[in-house]
Design a protein around this ligand. Structure first.
Ligand code: MF3
Ligand code: CO
Length: 248
């Protein structure tokens, strides 16, 4: 079942989303060579708590962190650790916050100091692919339209689309129906209706689309160890389009 949110629920989700966006902005000045991902995790935890919210990921299926920190060839779900950021890394930071029972979810990829041209290319086009997907959203469009736009854009730029992980509905649960794949056919899949809230989250790779999971049972990495980027917004379907809830 796909939930339609009331205007009161959307108001709470706007607050949850803005806490996620603010947490991202708060972390940016700390994303420098030498900081550990555990330190970023602690900063995010304290910030989210200070906003009367709870980190959505902590304890989810036993996940140990408050945020996910995925570096270079790590696609998603990197666990914060004593690993230090290095000049030339890219790091995807995924943040969820729950405010009065409603979640917001947004990931963004950041550069650490000066990065290679290839990583710049990957980041720029993965971010654009998110907005190509979002542009499809309005009542009457279908979930497949979003994935098709992302996949078409990624193919045009020779980037690998991760298929095993998908976007999702968001609400009182972090993950709700429908699944929102980053690939698909136009005019297929669930119909979008005003008041639906979904997270769209392309994960694009510089090389192969193939991935595998590390022994920690969380961290997903690319099969060829080439870098991966991840951009995600939670949005609500409006009368004539969409509104980003996780604005930054
Ligand atoms: N944004 C990710 C997702 O939507 C975060 C999940 S991490 C987890 O799936 F720890 F919560 F699982
Ligand atoms: Co998500």
């Amino acid at each position: 079942m796909i939930n339609i949110k009331t205007s009161h629920e959307i108001e709470l989700m706007r607050v949850a989303g803005s806490i996620v966006g603010e947490t991202h902005k708060y972390l940016i000045p700390f994303i420098k060579p030498g900081i550990t991902t555990k330190e970023l995790d602690k900063l995010a935890y304290d910030f989210i708590i200070s906003k009367q919210a709870i980190p959505s990921f902590k304890g989810y299926d036993g996940y140990p962190g408050s945020i996910c920190t995925s570096i270079n060839d790590e696609v998603v779900h990197g666990i914060p650790s004593m690993r230090k950021l290095k000049e030339g890394d890219i790091i995807s930071i995924d943040i969820g916050a729950c405010y009065k029972g409603y979640h917001g979810d947004s990931a963004w990829t950041y550069k650490v100091g000066h990065i290679s041209k290839e990583k710049e290319y990957l980041m720029k086009h993965t971010e654009t692919s998110l907005f190509e997907g979002l542009k499809q959203i309005r009542p009457g469009a279908r979930i497949g339209d979003i994935g098709n736009a992302i996949e078409t854009y990624a193919n045009k730029h020779k980037l690998g689309v991760v298929k095993e992980l998908v976007g999702h509905g968001v609400g009182t649960n972090l993950h709700e129906m429908p699944d929102v794949p980053n690939y698909g056919k136009k005019n297929t899949g669930p119909l979008l209706k005003e008041g639906m809230v979904i997270a769209v989250e392309p994960m694009l790779n510089l090389g192969t689309a193939d991935i595998y999971i590390l022994d920690d049972d969380w961290t997903i990495i690319t099969a060829d160890n080439k870098p991966s980027a991840h951009f995600e917004h939670t949005v609500v379907v409006t009368k004539d389009g969409y509104e980003i809830l996780t604005k930054r």
